[in-house]
Ligand binder design. Structure first.
Ligand code: DQA
Length: 159
């Protein structure tokens, strides 16, 4: 079961960028930790970061071909502006969880609106980079439950 982590603009600078808001862990360090947690949960973690809105839209579209079962996405600044990202998530219908490292609701007004959250299962914010781990655990549980549901439905249809 593949879970794709997508990080948007400026998140390649994690560890250096405003550490008082975003913490001291680098993106490489974060991805390494998430890969280990994914292994322990029996799922496969894939990683993608881009500063370009179009590249993120392309990567989301590709999930229809590469068997990604779930998406954990921090769209960063595009959260607040991108109809294209929202439409991409809605188009592929791959379940997604939105993550923000900082508590966007306790910051400037323009960060309170998320265009992408309404097409996600839910949003985790304000828990630092740990939020990605909680999103991974939640997504793995959600996907496993979906598989079990399908199996139960299949058994019902056989009877
Ligand atoms: C962010 C919050 C956004 O408002 C901001 O533009 C980011 C990071 C977060 O993880 O807290 O780049 O998504």
């Amino acid at each position: 079961m593949k879970i794709l982590f997508i990080n948007g603009p400026n998140l390649q600078l994690l560890g250096q960028r405003e550490p008082e808001l975003y913490g001291g862990l680098t993106l490489d360090g974060l991805e390494k930790n998430l890969g280990e947690i994914a292994d322990s949960l029996g799922v496969e973690a894939l990683f993608f970061q881009s500063n370009s809105e179009g590249a993120i839209v392309d990567r989301i579209g590709q999930t229809l071909k590469d068997g990604v079962a779930g998406i954990v996405i921090n769209p960063a600044a595009y959260t607040h502006t991108s109809v294209a990202l929202r439409d991409a998530l809605a188009a592929v219908k791959v379940p997604a969880i939105e993550v923000h490292i900082s508590n966007v609701h306790a910051r400037e007004q323009f960060r309170h609106l998320s265009l992408t959250a309404p097409v996600c299962l839910g949003q985790i914010c304000g828990l630092g980079t740990d939020g990605y781990e909680w999103a991974l655990r939640a997504m793995a549980k959600y996907l496993k439950e979906k598989i079990q549901e399908k199996q139960r439905d299949g058994e019902k249809n056989e009877n």
